[in-house]
Write a protein that binds this ligand. Structure first.
Ligand SMILES: [Fe+2]
Length: 268
C-alpha cells in the first residue's frame, strides 16, 4: 500500500483502537499527550516559570551531555531532562547569550536545507567553553526543509527560537537492507519555546518544515556516543515513497539528501 502524507495522522488513532486502547482509557493511563500528538493537535510550549540564567542553562546542557556519554543517564532520560530544561529558559535570554558567542555561519548548503551557524560559547576570558556538546542555529527561510532522516551514534535536541515548525517524528525500529522500518510517533506544530529531541530508541527520525514564515532552531548535538563507531551517521529516507504495513509500520527506502531535497518541499 503506498503511503500518503496523512497516513500517520489519520491512521494513528485507529491503531490505538486496534491495540485495544480506547480514547478514554488512553487518557486515563497518561497517554493523552501521546494520542493528542498523533491526532496532529498543536502542542504549545509549556509555560512554567522560566528562571534559569542562560549561562547556567548552557552549562546544565553540558552536564547532561557528559552524563549521557558517561552512561549515568540513558538516552530516554536525556530526552526527558532536555525537555524539562527547555522549560527553564526564556528564549530571548538564551539568544542574548548566543549574541555574545562566537558564531560561524556555514556555507549555504547545496540542498534546500536551512543555513547552519555553529555556536561556540566563550568564558569570561573569551576562550571557548568546553561543554561536551555542539551548539548550532538553523535558520529556515519559508521554503527550507530538513527532510526526514535517521541518526546513529548521536542524539540531538532542537529548541524553536523563532517562528514555528511542523515536526514529524518516527521511531526507527530496524534497518532492512537499503530501507528502515519506521513507526510514526508525532506530527505536531512546535512554536517558539518548544523542544523536539531525538535519540536512538525514540523519535530517531525527524522532519522539520517551517510553518507560516521564517523560523529558527537552537540545536544541541551530542555525537560520539558509541565507542569504536563513527562519530555520527545520518541517512535520509523516503517515508512517503515507502510501503505501509498492516501493523502500522512503514518500510521507508533510504535515499540521497539531494533527492530528498527535491521531493520533500515545504508544501508537503
Ligand atoms: Fe537530524
Amino acid at each position: 500500500m503506498p503511503v500518503t502524507t496523512r497516513d500517520w495522522v489519520l491512521a494513528a488513532p485507529a491503531s490505538l483502537d486496534a491495540f485495544g486502547i480506547d480514547r478514554r482509557s488512553a487518557m486515563a493511563s497518561g497517554l493523552a499527550a501521546f494520542s493528542l500528538a498523533l491526532l496532529g493537535c498543536e502542542v504549545s510550549a509549556a509555560k512554567p516559570q522560566r528562571r534559569m540564567a542562560a549561562r547556567d542553562w548552557i552549562e546544565r546542557q553540558g552536564e547532561l551531555a557528559r552524563a549521557l556519554k558517561g552512561g549515568q543517564i540513558s538516552p530516554l532520560q536525556w530526552m526527558a531532562d532536555a525537555e524539562r530544561l527547555a522549560g527553564e529558559i526564556e528564549v530571548a535570554e538564551l539568544m542574548a547569550e548566543v549574541d555574545k558567542a562566537q558564531v560561524t555561519q556555514n556555507a549555504m548548503p547545496p540542498t534546500n536545507d536551512p543555513r547552519k551557524s555553529s555556536i561556540r560559547f566563550l568564558d569570561a576570558e573569551g576562550a571557548p567553553r568546553k561543554l561536551g556538546y555542539g551548539a548550532a542555529l538553523f535558520a529556515f527561510e519559508p521554503h527550507n526543509v530538513i527532510t526526514p532522516h535517521g541518526h546513529r551514534h548521536m542524539v540531538s535536541s532542537h529548541l524553536v527560537v523563532e517562528g514555528a515548525f511542523r515536526v514529524r517524528n518516527f521511531d526507527r525500529l530496524r534497518d532492512e537492507g537499503e530501507a528502515m522500518i519506521i513507526r510514526p510517533t508525532r506530527d505536531y506544530i512546535a512554536r517558539t519555546g518548544a523542544l523536539s529531541a531525538m535519540s536512538g530508541p525514540s523519535d530517531n527520525i525527524h522532519w522539520f518544515v517551517p510553518e507560516g514564515g521564517k523560523a529558527m532552531t537552537f540545536d544541541v548535538i551530542i555525537s560520539g556516543l558509541d565507542q569504536g563507531e563513527a562519530d555520527y551517521e545520518i541517512e535520509a529516507i523516503d517515508p512517503l515513497g515507502g510501503i505501509a504495513r498492516p501493523d502500522g509500520t512503514i518500510l521507508a527506502p533510504k535515499m540521497s539528501f539531494e533527492a530528498a531535497s527535491v521531493k520533500y518541499s515545504a508544501e508537503i
